[in-house]
Design a protein around this ligand. Structure first.
Ligand code: R5P
Length: 284
């Protein structure tokens, strides 16, 4: 078995190869002067089971993913499983206004054309999985690894920033062995959120806020401000996918004691690997 790592997911690919006791393929990636992408796999993958790992964000990494799939299929491999740790465009999973594309579906259709199986992590809209028609498609949960990390930090309460993610917070809290609750959020637009004050039993507690994606950081900043006012002892913000748009990290660090993400998007705040969870599902 070989793991082929795209340039968006070098560390996770290495971890996954270790977890699966697979070989890590040698991959050359570069950009032509006109910024078009070039990839080449310098290992013989013929008749091998291959796992390709490449996050589909930002756009240039999607193109690299499609080229890597094509390069792998040229070898007549025994099987190809495409692992997309962070599935870009997953928040555009429906037409919000007439005339819009269903972007997540468009991406799913492109990826499934050249793979035998598909795996992603904490997909924002579970409906995305259903668009992989005719091939097995699986969504891996990151909460066991997030919970393990927060348990080591002595977390006393796990919160989600909105009711929609309350179940995720509960799963994390069950691993930590503490209580969970949720805040009340209203999204005004892509960059603005409103948090309705909610009285919570946070005084003097080590609190964790968990979300699937941190994008602009607006959600976590509002949540952390509210928790600080209510007298919590410390706040750690943990997400699966750290997008950190618009230079979000300093704004988040100004209100949180610690910021941590998984390696679905490799960034300076990555401190949890989801490799064991992907390996478990890939072996099924
Ligand atoms: C929304 O439904 C997601 O779960 C996240 O809460 C959201 O994407 C975070 O965005 P931002 O960091 O821009 O507030």
């Amino acid at each position: 078995m070989f793991v082929v790592g795209g340039s968006a997911s070098p560390s996770l690919s290495k971890e996954l190869a270790k977890s699966l006791r697979a070989k890590l393929a040698k991959v050359e990636t570069k950009r032509f002067p006109d910024d078009e992408c070039y990839v080449r796999i310098d290992d013989d993958l013929a008749d091998e089971d291959v796992i390709l790992v490449q996050t589909a964000w930002p756009d240039k990494n999607i193109m690299e993913l499609l080229l890597l799939q094509d390069a792998i299929k040229e070898f007549d491999v025994a099987s190809l499983t495409t692992v997309v740790p962070y599935f870009g465009y997953s928040r555009q999973d429906k037409q919000f206004k007439p005339g819009e594309p269903i972007s997540a579906r468009a991406l799913a259709r492109m990826i499934q054309m050249s793979t035998d199986e598909f795996i992603t992590v904490d997909i924002h809209a579970p409906s995305v999985i259903d668009w992989f028609e005719g091939i097995p498609a699986k969504n891996v949960a990151a909460y066991p690894q997030i919970g393990k990390y927060l348990k080591g930090k002595g977390t006393q309460l796990v919160l989600s920033p909105d009711e929609g993610r309350a179940e995720h917070a509960k799963h994390v809290a069950d691993v930590v062995n503490c209580e969970s609750d949720y805040l009340v959020k209203e999204r005004i637009d892509g960059e603005t959120v409103k948090m309705t004050p909610k009285r919570l039993d946070v005084k003097g507690k080590k609190v964790a806020i968990v979300d699937d994606i941190i994008s602009t950081g607006g959600t976590i900043v509002k949540a952390a401000e509210q928790l600080k006012k209510q007298g919590c002892a410390s706040i750690v913000a943990v997400c699966t996918h750290g997008v950190f748009a618009n230079n979000a990290i300093p704004r988040l660090e100004a209100v949180c004691d610690e910021l941590c993400t998984t390696d679905t998007i490799e960034n300076p705040k990555t401190c949890i690997t989801v490799a064991p969870e992907i390996a478990r599902i890939a072996k099924d």
